[in-house]
Design a protein around this ligand. Structure first.
Ligand SMILES: *[C@@H]1O[C@H](CO)[C@@H](O)[C@H](O)[C@H]1NC(C)=O
Ligand SMILES: *[C@@H]1O[C@H](CO)[C@@H](O)[C@H](O)[C@H]1NC(C)=O
Ligand SMILES: *[C@@H]1O[C@H](CO)[C@@H](O)[C@H](O)[C@H]1NC(C)=O
Ligand SMILES: *[C@@H]1O[C@H](CO)[C@@H](O)[C@H](O)[C@H]1NC(C)=O
Ligand SMILES: *[C@@H]1O[C@H](CO)[C@@H](O)[C@H](O)[C@H]1NC(C)=O
Length: 302
């Protein structure tokens, strides 16, 4: 009973923590303040940026009223001097979505009269993704394999804790045929342990191999009764490699911070994650990018 209770608590805890981690985050600049001349001056957006965790692929939303504000992406020099003469990009129709297409420094200002000097300016840094490496194969749980873990849900969280899952990596689930399966599920199914309606794929023979081919959160559990509730759950966050993030520039010269075209303000790359394609019963491909474990959850748990 004690184990059942602690397992349930742990599952709830893990689920709650996982909810705070999203693959492609949307950052509304200034939050409810929006994008304008802040009452507090330049500190407003510096403080806002310091509170954010940016990743390549995230979206900035500059929420402003057309005609009253605008937003320009500029060089560091232009940012420092509030020079809007030759911006990298200028957007005048609000609200504006800006995709942080790669790691690096980003500078934005309002170009309307005195807006920048009065504090409508945002400087931020996006940590680059992990450097590219050869695809790796991970044996889920290592020697434990894939089963109801004796220690509950923390077992697979601990396993994934210090691992970097990159698009192209493969997960191998080892188990005894007929005693387990691997269900690729939605976040909702993972959290509720209801695998009856939203399960995407079920692999029933060992070793079950899953190649991670798209970025974002991926959730795995079992369709066997109570296995999920008792902690047979794995959640990982797959992130895109630097090469996967910018395929169009891989063969060309690196993008210049001063000559980038208007494609920088690409529309939000939203939309549903493509459904998994299944070519063989025990080897499926889930998407297009890669996976990193949800470190916030494990850091807390450990
Ligand atoms: C943008 O600002 C408007 C007006 O303040 C507000 O109603 C809306 O919710 C904001 N949008 C976002 C995404 O914050
Ligand atoms: C502003 O930038 C433009 C082009 O980048 C440059 O020609 C001009 O000298 C700058 N103005 C000031 C005041 O620095
Ligand atoms: C991850 O942690 C395990 C157990 O502490 C350790 O054996 C392993 O070397 C670590 N791997 C990396 C990549 O840090
Ligand atoms: C599990 O079943 C599959 C399909 O029947 C088979 O190929 C595989 O060898 C079996 N694995 C074990 C360890 O029995
Ligand atoms: C901007 O991003 C928000 C949040 O993801 C989304 O709801 C909205 O549709 C996007 N707008 C455009 C024009 O892409």
């Amino acid at each position: 009973m004690a184990r059942r209770l602690s397992s349930a608590i742990m599952v709830t805890l893990v689920a709650a923590l996982l909810q705070t981690t999203v693959a492609q985050k949307v950052h509304v600049v200034g939050d409810t303040l929006g994008w304008l001349v802040p009452p507090d001056g330049p500190i407003a957006y510096a403080a806002w940026a310091a509170m954010q965790t940016f990743s390549p692929g995230d979206i900035l939303v500059f929420n402003f009223t057309t005609g009253q504000q605008d937003v320009a992406r500029v060089s560091k020099e232009a940012f420092d001097t509030c020079n809007s003469t030759n911006p990298i990009l200028l957007e005048t129709n609000g609200p504006v979505n800006f995709t942080l297409s790669s790691g690096g420094e980003y500078y934005f200002i309002g170009t309307m009269e005195m807006h920048c000097p009065l504090g409508q300016k945002l400087a931020m840094y996006v940590p680059p993704p992990a450097p590219p490496r050869a695809p790796m194969t991970y044996e889920v749980g290592d020697g434990l394999g894939w089963l109801v873990p004796p220690g509950g849900a923390i077992a697979y969280a601990t396993w994934a804790f210090n691992k970097t899952f990159i698009v192209g990596d493969t997960l191998v689930f080892n188990f005894v045929n007929g005693t387990q399966d691997v269900a690729v599920v939605t976040k909702a199914a993972y959290e509720s342990c209801d695998t009856t309606t939203t399960t995407r794929t079920v692999l029933t023979t060992t070793p079950a191999k899953i190649t991670l081919s798209n970025p974002g959160e991926h959730y795995f559990t079992s369709t066997y009764p109570l296995h999920c509730n008792w902690g047979q759950q794995l959640a990982i966050n797959v992130i895109a490699s630097s090469t996967a993030m910018s395929p169009s520039t891989s063969a060309a010269s690196p993008p210049s911070t001063t000559t980038k075209s208007s494609s920088v303000f690409a529309p939000a790359a939203g939309g549903p994650i493509p459904p998994p394609t299944s070519s063989a019963p025990s080897h499926i491909v889930i998407g297009f990018f890669y996976v990193t474990f949800l470190s916030s959850a494990t850091t807390f748990l450990l």
